[in-house]
Write a protein that binds this ligand. Structure first.
Ligand SMILES: [Zn+2]
Length: 207
């Protein structure tokens, strides 16, 4: 639906925020730590955060100019979609049925965007009138619905340390961490210090 270019993160985002392997999984990872929420856990705080994030995943090349109407509540709406998508793919990662209310909300919001003409679906991509009020959360909802039916469910994983979701595209299918350079190395360091297999991740002080 959207093509996935190499991540070209726009400030304040960094490439390390885009390790999910799919824009919808990256969206679910726009919290600092999913498993052990930090006091300042939120990464999507403002309309500008949303626009730079969307540009970073390649939804659009140039951010649309948003009217006050379109900017109003944008971050909160995208956070709602994010939490619904997280609930769906967290269930997928555990091989469980997806929660009906979360998937239902994603279907309703994407349906509203399609009916209003804000979002257009094609076989291989999605386009939208990005500046229209509601278009961004509507398009993200449709992406999430599409991802549910197209991503290989057995490859959707949860980082054992921070709880971020990712698509394991490694050949052996045994990836355990969002990234070796953050959680993988911290886990190794922690195991080394304690001399044991840690039962659960300690609250991370940083990514
Ligand atoms: Zn992690």
């Amino acid at each position: 639906m959207v093509t996935q270019p190499e991540p070209r993160a726009r400030a304040p985002w960094q490439d390390a925020h885009f390790i999910g392997g799919h824009p919808v999984l990256d969206l679910t990872n726009t919290v600092f730590n999913r498993a052990h929420p930090a006091p300042d856990n939120e990464l999507l705080k403002s309309p500008s955060d949303v626009l730079t994030w969307c540009a970073s995943v390649g939804l659009f090349a140039r951010a649309p100019a948003l009217s006050d109407d379109a900017a109003d509540g944008l971050a909160a709406q995208v956070r709602s979609v994010r939490e619904q998508a997280w609930a769906v793919f967290d269930a997928v990662s555990r091989g469980e049925a997806v929660p009906g209310p979360a998937l239902g909300a994603l279907l309703e919001r994407s349906g509203a965007g399609l009916r209003a003409g804000h979002v257009q679906a094609r076989v291989d991509r999605l386009t939208a009138d990005w500046g229209a009020p509601g278009a961004i959360p509507e398009a993200l909802s449709l992406l999430a619905v599409r991802a549910l039916f197209t991503l290989p469910a057995e490859r959707v994983r949860v980082c054992g340390r921070c709880g971020w979701l990712f698509l394991d595209s490694s050949r052996g299918g045994r990836r355990r961490w969002c990234s070796m350079s953050t959680c993988g190395n911290r886990e190794k360091a922690s195991r080394h210090r304690h001399g044991t297999e840690p039962a659960s991740a300690a609250p991370a002080g940083g990514r």
